[in-house]
Design a protein around this ligand. Structure first.
Ligand SMILES: NC(=O)c1ccc[n+]([C@@H]2O[C@H](COP(=O)([O-])OP(=O)(O)OC[C@H]3O[C@@H](n4cnc5c(N)ncnc54)[C@H](OP(=O)(O)O)[C@@H]3O)[C@@H](O)[C@H]2O)c1
Length: 316
């Protein structure tokens, strides 16, 4: 038995949860330990977490009973859903409901729910500036998370709602890096005009979450918005040009062009970027760089992230 407070981490082998597990385990005197939840405790990624000293337990957000077992005896939990694995807002909500109920059952003292804005509060379905998707969403992977907040708060789970930002890691893993145009020149393409894109290194989300857990009850019942930097598309291109030593242009396209790119999720992302663009002041204003840096002194800006990870960005 450990006398440390156990944080049960959903998505522990992934970007957000992995950042949290590493932050906890890299701070042996912090008073916390991590319980990593995975569907496959024998995977290489799970073994890496064991090597850090984390407990690793089986759990699946599809299986409510497995979550109850995984959360039992813990002090807190970090909860996240996996929209891009299934593209279903309904599944995201069902998974969030399962986690909220398991947290209540386990009488957890602090849950961080990794969420995003329900864009329909600002862009009702009747607003035709962007198409309604899947019958009842504007930005399905945002709206479902925002709607799911109520599963946690409505059940009386002591929750911090954590509003995250666009991962710069998308330039590495999500096909959003610089691409060669017909002229042979590299460009990044976003439908953002000259507006700022609130972004963050995915690993910094977990580190900020750790900072929130360390502050005890300070953020229970509160919403915390985090980002590492607010570069415009042109500023991102300039930083890429500098870091890569190759010219990268910013290709600004209208949101309807982006929605028509045809890759899975293009419409959802086109609406998402349009929301970022049209509500720039609200979206960036809801994310506090100073607080994020207090929670996580290692917080990276876009240039510092690029310096560390530029060699992993595919250039095609
Ligand atoms: N990309 C962005 O810019 C961005 C920005 C903000 C928020 N988000 C949101 O971030 C969320 C994804 O988080 P992430 O990037 O940290 O995920 P991720 O890196 O894709 O990691 C997901 C991990 O979760 C586990 N997992 C998948 N399905 C599971 C299930 N049914 N039950 C239990 N565990 C499961 C997998 O681990 P095992 O295989 O070990 O089980 C996987 O390693 C999405 O909902 C997305 O909308 C993304």
């Amino acid at each position: 038995m450990t006398d440390k407070k156990i944080i049960a981490v959903v998505g522990a082998t992934g970007a957000q949860g992995g950042g949290l597990v590493r932050a906890i385990m890299n701070d042996p005197n912090g008073g916390f330990t991590a319980r990593a939840i995975t569907r496959n405790a024998t995977s290489d990624k799970a073994k890496e977490l064991v090597a850090l000293g984390a407990q690793v337990v089986a759990g699946d957000v599809d299986d409510a009973a497995s979550l109850e077992r995984a959360f039992a005896g813990a002090y807190g939990a970090f909860c996240v859903t996996f929209f891009w694995d299934h593209f279903s807002p309904e599944k995201e909500m069902a998974h969030a409901r399962n986690m909220a109920q398991a947290a209540k059952q386990a009488k957890l003292q602090h849950v961080i729910w990794s969420t995003l804005e329900d864009t329909r509060l600002k862009v009702p379905l009747s607003d035709d500036r962007m198409p309604t998707l899947m019958g009842k969403y504007k930005v399905p992977h945002f709206d479902a998370k925002g709607e799911a907040n109520a599963f946690f708060t409505g059940a009386g789970v002591p929750t911090t709602l954590l509003h995250t930002s666009f991962y710069w890691d998308n330039l590495i893993h999500f096909g959003m890096g610089p691409k060669q145009g017909p002229d042979g020149k590299l460009a990044i393409t976003f439908p953002m005009g000259d507006k700022k894109l609130a972004g963050i290194a995915a690993e910094d989300i977990g580190r900020c979450a750790y900072g929130i857990f360390k502050r005890g009850g300070d953020f229970i019942g509160k919403t915390v918005g985090i980002a590492g930097d607010f570069p415009t598309g042109a500023e991102m291109a300039a930083a890429l040009t500098k870091a890569l030593g190759k010219q990268v242009r910013y290709n600004d396209v209208p949101p309807e062009v982006y929605r028509g790119f045809g890759f899975p999720g293009a419409e959802d992302l086109g609406n998402m970027f349009q929301y970022y663009r049209d509500f720039e002041a609200d979206f960036c204003g809801a994310r506090d760089l100073g607080l994020a840096r207090k929670l996580n002194p290692e917080l990276q800006t876009f240039p510092t992230w690029l310096e560390r990870y530029k060699d992993r960005i595919p250039l095609d």
